[in-house]
Design a protein around this ligand. Sequence first.
Ligand SMILES: NC(=O)c1ccc[n+]([C@@H]2O[C@H](COP(=O)([O-])OP(=O)(O)OC[C@H]3O[C@@H](n4cnc5c(N)ncnc54)[C@H](O)[C@@H]3O)[C@@H](O)[C@H]2O)c1
Length: 281
Amino acid sequence: MSNQNAHGSPAGGTRFAGKVVLVTGAASGIGAAAARRFAAEGASLMLADVNAAGVAEVAREIDASSARAASRETDVSDFAQVEALTTEAVERFGGLDVVFNNAGIGAFGKTPDIDIAAWHRTFEVDVHSVFYGCRAAIPHLRARGGGAIVNTASISGLGGDYGLSAYNAAKGAVVNYTRAAAIEHARENIRINAVCPGPIETTLATPLIRHERVAPEYAKAIPMGRPGRAEEVAAAAAFLASNDASYVTGAMIVVDGGLTAATGQPNFHALLVGDADSSGS
Ligand SMILES: NC(=O)c1ccc[n+]([C@@H]2O[C@H](COP(=O)([O-])OP(=O)(O)OC[C@H]3O[C@@H](n4cnc5c(N)ncnc54)[C@H](O)[C@@H]3O)[C@@H](O)[C@H]2O)c1
């Protein structure tokens, strides 16, 4: 395993030395990148995913390079499984300091076309799981005298997208649940924050991001002109989970290359003046 971040500079060493970190959705994408990042900074890791073989492979890879890592097949939409996962982390590593509630699924379709079961499944996997992760973890974080929880929301939790209303509703719930839980537990030294990724190249999003009709739209709309990498979201999650964020709770960190910083208006400058350096030109 490399101790380098996405930009090739040292990952920064020891922010999680002696800390026990639980990551869900760790078999791929943002969760796997976060697991590697926490490990590179010294954490012991409990990794979870419905993809048992995939998450075991990530744990093996991390374990082989000296950080301690274990994995457990877990469906995060089932509270009993999340509770058993959390208990295993505590029993195996002697406590719990950080939880990254990251597992999630997408959903596509306009309201009349959304299958009722698909709507429920989106909420079970994207919203209920976050509550379950917090519910199971908070007593253990209290027992340590505090800790940090990071939830994976989305820029889709901050506004509406065409054809993603179930996902928008679910991620919006994650955003506001994160704020409410943060203020409830602030005086217990438990910080609760969320990352809001934009388009990030992962198993979940790459087919959409690279779709022949979608890719040129993103190229115009994203001020930085490219989709993000899982490691770039992992870096934000690691910041929120670390003592570097000691006065940050109830915050949403947007990691989207500037996409939501724009109003959505036409690129006036490129259209009226011509501007080779600007997006939309
Ligand atoms: N990639 C993006 O563009 C993007 C943007 C915003 C938010 N997100 C969010 O980031 C998170 C991670 O997604 P990703 O892009 O890395 O996708 P990914 O598909 O690469 O990883 C998601 C992981 O979650 C696991 N998972 C799915 N359902 C599960 C369940 N019920 N229980 C346990 N694990 C389960 C999958 O097996 C997979 O390993 C999700 O919450 C997603 O909504 C992604």
